[in-house]
Design a protein around this ligand. Structure first.
Ligand SMILES: [Zn+2]
Length: 337
């Protein structure tokens, strides 16, 4: 896998669909475009090949934009997975877990590519960084930051008042870009929603209208931000259904409305479903400590909330739930000192 670097949009870019990019680009591609002002806005697309809002929003941006107010650096990530509409291919590293280059051996193709991208972006002295994703579960639109600094919060709050702050996983692109400039990850709900594509396109346009990130309006600055403090891990191999049946033949039987719980505080006693063995349902904190017992209890095979938590990214996609995580737990952090 070799990083391709271009200084103009590839031919037919505006006509391509996400699954045709591999054929036209051959691999991950960085595109540098000159605008009126220096210090580029960096935009990252398709780190996960099945999260397509990023690509269609950027295409929509170019359809609606006559001239660039600022230099842009576009990164199109996992085109191989996009060709098959998958998060990543078996045998590939997850493209949003390869950016902590200081802790890596740098031997894999993905790590080498990540280092090259970061070197180019750093040398360009970026103005801001936007990495665009979708989720598998039902979630509202929200922005994620890895620092609680004002410019980061402005960039995220300008997208949506729901802002999530997280430290882990630290290997995400937004965290690497945060060393160079204000950086945000946009979480855009499930892929394929045209309205959200337009929302993201308008967001990019409006961000570019500003001279400085600190000029973004601060009335969207929220009084509180959600902080992710734990993630729910299932075994890699687990049989799951969403029938909420104690007698299920599967190892876990969660509530059918489990995705509707995202961003809603769950209080003591709230049931999530049934599990045959308590060890199948584990909550790990950022240091990988098992904190399950602090927040959940299993009573008569039923998983119940023990202490108020706010979930995000709870997903019924069992492939994601078992290979990555079933979802995250959040609490409020106050920004008022
Ligand atoms: Zn993603």
């Amino acid at each position: 896998m070799q990083l391709k670097v271009l200084d103009s949009l590839p031919p037919q870019f505006l006509e391509l669909s996400h699954d045709q990019l591999l054929e036209h680009l051959g691999g991950p591609t960085l595109i540098r475009l000159e605008g009126k002002k220096r210090n580029p806005l960096f935009i990252s697309m398709l780190l996960h090949g099945n999260e397509t809002t990023s690509f269609y929003a950027v295409k929509d941006f170019f359809r609606k934009t006559n001239y660039l107010k600022r230099d842009l650096i576009l990164f199109i990530g996992n085109v191989e997975a996009a060709a098959q509409s998958l998060r990543h291919l078996d045998g590939q590293k997850d493209f949003n877990r390869i950016w902590d280059v200081s802790s890596q051996t740098g031997e894999s193709d993905e790590e080498k590519m990540a280092k090259q991208v970061l070197d180019i972006v750093e040398a360009a002295n970026p103005w801001a960084s936007i990495d665009i994703h979708n989720n598998t579960g039902k979630n509202p639109l929200y922005g994620c930051v890895n620092h609680l600094e004002e410019d980061f919060l402005r960039l995220a709050g300008f997208f949506n008042r729901k802002v999530v702050y997280f430290n882990e996983p630290r290997e995400v692109m937004s965290n690497a870009m945060a060393k160079f400039c204000p950086s945000v990850t946009l979480e855009c709900g499930v892929s394929g929603d045209e309205t959200v594509v337009r929302t993201v396109r308008k967001y990019i346009q409006k961000v570019l209208d500003h001279e400085k990130v600190s000029d973004l309006p601060d009335d969207s600055l929220m009084n509180h931000v959600y902080q992710t403090f734990g993630r729910i891990k299932f075994p890699r191999v687990l049989t799951i259904d969403f029938e909420n049946e104690k007698e299920s033949s599967n190892q876990m039987s969660l509530r059918p409305d489990i995705e509707n719980m995202n961003f809603i505080p769950l209080n003591e006693g709230e049931p999530l479903g049934f599990v045959k063995d308590p060890s199948y349902f584990q909550v790990l904190d950022d240091q990988d400590n098992n904190i399950t017992d602090e927040y959940f209890e299993i009573v008569d095979l039923e998983i119940r909330v023990k202490k108020t938590v706010i979930p995000s990214m709870f997903t019924k996609d069992t492939r994601v739930a078992c290979s990555d995580s079933f979802g995250y737990l959040m609490k409020w952090v106050s920004l008022k000192n």
